[in-house]
Design a binder for this molecule. Structure first.
Ligand SMILES: Nc1ncnc2c1ncn2[C@@H]1O[C@H](COP(=O)(O)OP(=O)(O)O)[C@@H](O)[C@H]1O
Ligand SMILES: CC(C)(COP(=O)(O)O)[C@@H](O)C(=O)NCCC(=O)O
Ligand SMILES: [K+]
Length: 278
């Protein structure tokens, strides 16, 4: 995917980049407005190193999306806000001259611990600031994470486990005779007790992930009966569809928003007193 529209107002443009463990997540902002969001694979280091040579935003977008259409050719190089949970990638993106790396100390969430993932902090902050606290964020990404904050905007804590794709990949790669099961292989809920290996893997992974999500949501609502729940991540649609089928009452209140991290970044940019980006 790539930016598909041409912004009418070309001042106050900034790019947001979230570097996840599977891919890059991009957003183009015009001031406070999230204009367009899209995902790409990780870029080779050689390409990123050439970003410093770009003179305009269009140069930059052409490097990042060689097949993409031109956005405009008159824009100067815009700020790039980076939030990354992949340190080797963070380092190479700093070769772009106008990069600002968002770190945990810039997120006003209280009670964080030093190694908390910046993606988790930003998604929780973005969700809470948009829909209110207490907030639980479920990120169905490379890892599946639960991250929660109370009504005082203070981190409650959370949990981390293998995401859907990683569960299939690990079983396929770390065993002697299990096949690699592809996600596209199933669109509706798999049978619960299949008599074949692929089916057994699908059943085991999918039903235990769904049971786990249900259990965390129930535990959250016991702690915070008025707590809100938001879901993001590359597997959100698949898991939400399954949840709706299997546990409709659990699924009903879920807020589904792929751009939670960008909402969190926007909060930080707009709260800046330096006015660097506004
Ligand atoms: N086009 C895609 N490329 C990669 N992963 C995808 C894609 N579409 C859906 N997914 C799913 O998204 C998950 C990764 O979620 P994502 O939020 O992109 O990860 P991260 O933010 O950790 O890079 C994978 O488990 C995979 O099943
Ligand atoms: C848990 C994560 C690997 C999730 O990364 P993702 O699946 O979004 O790529 C990331 O948030 C991370 O590296 N966290 C640091 C540990 C912590 O949050 O406690
Ligand atoms: K993520």
């Amino acid at each position: 995917m790539k930016p598909h529209k041409h912004p009418e107002h070309t001042d106050n443009i900034w790019l947001a980049l979230e570097i996840g463990n599977s891919r890059l997540h991009w957003a183009l902002f015009v001031g406070e407005t999230l204009y367009s969001a899209w995902d790409t694979g990780h870029l080779p280091e050689s390409v990123i190193q050439h970003l410093a040579e770009c003179q305009t935003l269009n140069d930059l977008l052409e490097k990042i999306f060689p097949q993409g259409e031109s956005l405009t050719d008159i824009l100067p190089l815009c700020p790039l806000l980076v939030a990354s949970v992949v340190p080797s990638q963070t380092a190479i993106w700093q070769t772009y001259p106008n990069t600002r790396v968002i770190t945990l100390d810039q997120v006003s969430l209280k009670g964080v611990y030093p190694t908390l993932g910046i993606d988790r902090a930003l998604a929780l902050w973005g969700a809470g600031k948009t829909w209110g606290f207490p907030m639980l964020v479920i990120d169905a990404g490379t890892a599946l994470t639960f991250t929660a904050a109370d009504a005082n905007e203070c981190l409650v804590g959370g949990a981390i486990l293998l995401g859907l794709g990683l569960q299939f990949a690990t079983l396929g790669q770390q065993t002697g005779q299990l096949p690699l099961v592809e996600m596209q292989d199933f669109v509706s809920l798999p049978p619960r007790f299949p008599l074949n290996t692929t089916g057994a893997i699908q059943s085991g992974v999918v039903y235990t992930i769904l049971a786990g999500i249900k259990d965390f949501i129930e535990a959250w609502l016991q702690l915070f009966p008025n707590g809100k729940i938001a879901m993001k991540g590359g597997d959100r649609t698949l898991l939400l569809n399954y949840l709706r089928t299997l546990y409709p009452k659990i699924a009903a209140p879920l807020i589904v928003e792929p751009n939670l991290i960008f909402l969190g970044m926007r909060e930080i940019v707009m709260g800046d007193s330096t006015d660097e980006i506004k």
